[in-house]
Design a protein around this ligand. Sequence first.
Ligand code: HDD
Length: 695
Amino acid sequence: MARKNDTPTVQVTASPGSGGETHQQADGRPHITTNHGVRISDNQNSLKAGDRGPTLLEDFVLREKIFHFDHERIPERIVHARGSGAHGFFECTVAIPELTKASLFQKKGERVPLFTRFSTVAGGAGSVDTPRDVRGFAVKFYTQEGNWDLVGNNIPVFFIQDAIKFPDLIHSVKMEADKGYPQAGSAHDTFWDFVSLMPESTHMVMWAMSDRAIPRSLRMMEGFGVHTFQMINAKGETTFVKFHWRPKLGMQSTCWDEAVKIAGADPDFHRRDLFESIESGDFPEWELGLQVFDEEFAAAQSYDVLDATKLIPEEVLPLRIVGRMVLDRNVDNFFAETEQVAFLPTNVVPGIDFSNDPLLQGRLFSYLDTQKSRLGTTNFHQIPINAPKCPFGNFQRDGMMQMMVPKGRANYEPNSLGANGEDGGPRESPKTGFATITTNDDRNDPTQKLRVRGALFADHYSQARLFFRSQAPIEQAHLASAIVFELSKVALEPVRLRMISNLRNVDEGLAKRVADGLAMDLPAASKPAKAPIDMEVSDALSIVKKGDPAMPGRKVAILFDEGSDKAEIDAVVKSVEAAGGSALLIAPKVGGISVKGGTLKADGQLAGSPSVLFDAVAIILTKAAAAKLSKEGAAVQFVMDAYGHVKTIGHNTGAQALIDKAGVEPDEGVVSLADFAKVAPKRHWDRESKVRTLA
Ligand code: HDD
């Protein structure tokens, strides 16, 4: 359930036992073990049959080691594969409660931890750091209200206006599909072909061909949220906002010739620069600036603020600096942290919201999807670098690599398990939970984004009532009995009561029958959100009212034994088959049984072919066989069940003793062999009240 994500410590070589001396060598070093904790005595030699013999399959130490190695890599990011990250913090330098209720902006001096990853876009994970390319600038704030990911670039605009063009853009810029090159560069046919056909890319091309695309250091780049976002304050007032990161060191770029030479001299130039500066205590720092504006401002511009290929010049709308980001800790493990970090533009916190920018809207789909593909499980949020640092929990369960062990049975909501003294799990927070800003970005458009259902959806009972009232009496009895049975299995009395309260809105008679069946007092009716109405009864909703079933597709059993009349048996088989059913012969023994007129083999042995497997039964016996089978439990049960399950029973006069023994009373469903096929598929519901009590 809800848990706090403590800073993870990963012991690569230590036994994962209780710690302490027994898990350490004499010199204090931990034992090397298998993944399952077994100490390894020799990590240098595999197990062989003799000193020059083949390696043995038995060597689980070798196999586990190679197996794990074989699976070390995960799919690299489809874009931004090459990246470098670091831990740090965000500090609010100017509180802005008038703009947003987001907790990280409420108090000057307040800090939240964060993780930032910078990246190139086009190249693979092992490509060089200094191609001419856009740089990713992604920040994950671990706030007390959940993670906020600001997934931006070092350029304030983008190539395309609509996310539907993103796969085309990326296909065109990455290495060409047939050749597999160039790596990490846009200087090739397909990229320029694409942008030449996409006039909306022109602005971004200016930026991408500028010195911004060959930064001197990751520490010397600006960052941008690119899109227009929204903020909402505690009073519910909203505003548009664009986010900017400003490097304390100022901006600097390389010369192109320099960038090319650095690629050869030090392919890891930026990664090394970031790592070493943090290692030496020279912590990179950025200011967070906001461009804040309203609908009136937006409407007054010559471009659409929802268009990600446009920026708002600072001279028109100056930045308001509200905080700073300091990166002060390198990762302990590149893979566990930088590679596994999963940024999601959908990660917003109360106080921050999206706009209708169609590029942003598409991103809201894409990132969650890609993380499943990259990290292999919907539980990627449990990986320490991705997990919130505030308590979190819900009713999502299971999935690959589940690390949590939730207790109890509350894995759904609503539930009333808490009233029973159980842990009912977490609940919605209507006041403090994230609530989408309802107004449309175009405030003149009355359409609202709402989590609601239309007013008529509130009628929950009229059609339940229609269904119940449309059933034949026997069907109503079955339905009531079924609820009685199910609720009798419910140990939580308030649940039974609540259910009966609800049933009173369906049909008073039904509620009463259920209450009686459970020997409970009838509780007050629950108050429906909308009072039910009486709809015209519909016979089409009833099985019984649709008429008697026909023979095709039905199975009939013919019980016989030694001495039975083959002619009688053949006649029943023929009539059943003629009507479209299938007849199967059942006898105490399956091999050749001598009957009057020949020998017959049975399709099923009596003990293994109870009458529940058939739609109707015919019993064709001699008097002697009937007397014998009356002492045979399987035979008596066969008939008793057919009777109890209100099936048609056809029989000859010889079978009477068995019929009587099974307690069969004459009714329209107990017939002679001559009439059998006509009524065989039918259930004789009038009989049911004689064989069981229904609610
Ligand atoms: Fe994206 C990664 C930035 C548009 C789909 N994107 C990714 C990363 C950054 C950006 C910085 C790397 C995050 C990391 O370090 O792990 N992307 C942007 C910006 C965009 C943008 C600033 C436009 C303003 N992206 C964009 C669109 C789509 C994507 C329109 C798809 C419709 N982006 C992805 C992705 C990636 C990704 C495929 C690959 C790896 C990942 O998400 O985690 O889902």
